[in-house]
Design a protein around this ligand. Structure first.
Ligand code: FAD
Length: 308
């Protein structure tokens, strides 16, 4: 049995494990894939105090730091349910391989995944023009033309944000109207270097083998095909929290994010959550790490108040 068990091995989970282990409590970390989204990231330029790094490099440092401590790391293991046993007060984490781990406290840090366009070229040019995070990659496209896919709030926010950095922003929305809040749409429309195209179905990302050079889309009204010359494509069609396995057991928002209090507590006593899987508004590495530390301290506070 653990005192503290982390589910997830991204920046939030790693930070939580280190904070817990430094309290001298029996700590475990179970992860489907240690490193999380950071493993899939090329350039990272906003991890404060490190001017520039790469995802795999940061993952190696994260793992090295966690391994400095006595943390039981169970990699390549997926959790499929988390429940509190009312009789024992222990949290039971079931794994896909059939094992059940028991712990006095748990931090859920299972992260999220960007919804993809699912068109040819998207994977090939990921990190080579295809981007998902304007806060992360916006500055890489200074003086260039980019597209934003998606006319919801995140798409229009991204367009407004990018308009201040890049030469030209074209927003492509599949539906015939934008779903974003009116105030954002008005703001985007007032910007000289933002163009909005509705009823546009993106069909292919084209490049020269090294980088993106254009984006192909079909005008759904006329059926005509168009190629937009550009250097970057920001896909903003949703960030999906990895919380499906918690449905019915832990309180989630209607978007599936775990609802957390200020110390990371969830609707279940002893279960805390951190990082991109929670309802925190901004999803970034440095924020996930802070959130993991916060939830670990929240859990420690909970543990010292238990009588056993
Ligand atoms: P994640 O990193 O998503 O980690 C989740 C962990 O949980 C993984 O270990 C996963 O395997 C595990 N897991 C999931 N489900 C289960 C389960 N059922 N059982 C067990 N384990 C499970 N942020 C920046 O600050 N700067 C950047 O430059 C930047 N660039 C990015 C580029 C890309 C391409 C992407 C995708 C993201 C980028 N981000 C960037 C965002 C950043 O990576 C995330 O905000 C951060 O990784 C969130 O950390 P997390 O620990 O909450 O979740």
């Amino acid at each position: 049995n653990y005192d503290f068990l982390v589910v997830g091995g991204g920046p939030a989970g790693a930070a939580a494990a280190i904070y817990a282990a430094r309290k001298g409590i029996n700590t475990g970390l179970v992860a489907d894939k240690f490193g999380g989204q950071v493993s899939d990231t090329m350039a990272i330029e906003n991890f404060i105090s490190v001017k520039a790094t790469e995802g795999p490099k940061l993952v190696a440092s994260l793992e090295e730091h966690v391994r400095e401590y006595d943390v039981d790391i169970m990699n390549s293991n997926k959790a499929n349910s988390v429940k509190r046993n009312q009789a024992t007060g222990l949290i039971e984490v079931s794994l896909e391989n059939g094992a059940v781990l028991k712990s006095k406290s748990v931090v859920l840090a299972t992260g999220a995944r960007w919804r993809e366009m699912n068109v040819p070229g998207e994977h090939e040019y990921r990190g080579k023009g295809v981007a998902y995070c304007p806060h992360c990659d916006g500055p890489l496209f200074k003086g260039k033309s980019v597209a934003v896919i998606g006319g919801g709030n995140s798409g229009i926010e991204a367009a407004i944000d990018l308009a201040g950095l890049v030469e030209q922003v074209t927003v492509l929305e599949f539906a015939d109207t934008l779903r974003a809040d009116d105030v954002l749409v008005r703001k985007a429309k007032s910007l000289a270097n933002v163009t909005i195209i509705t009823s546009a179905q993106t069909t292919e990302v084209l490049g020269d083998g090294r980088r993106v050079t254009s984006l192909r889309y079909t005008d759904r009204l006329s059926g005509t095909e168009h190629d937009l010359a550009l250097a970057g494509i920001f896909v903003q069609i949703g960030l999906v929290p990895n919380s499906e396995f918690l449905q019915g057991d832990i309180e989630l928002t209607n978007r599936g994010e775990i609802i957390t209090g200020s110390a990371g507590q969830t609707s279940v006593a002893g279960v805390f959550a951190a990082g991109d899987v929670t309802n925190s508004p901004y999803k970034q590495i440095i924020i996930a790490m802070g959130s993991g530390a916060n939830a670990a301290l929240g859990a420690f506070d909970y543990l010292i108040r238990q009588e056993d």
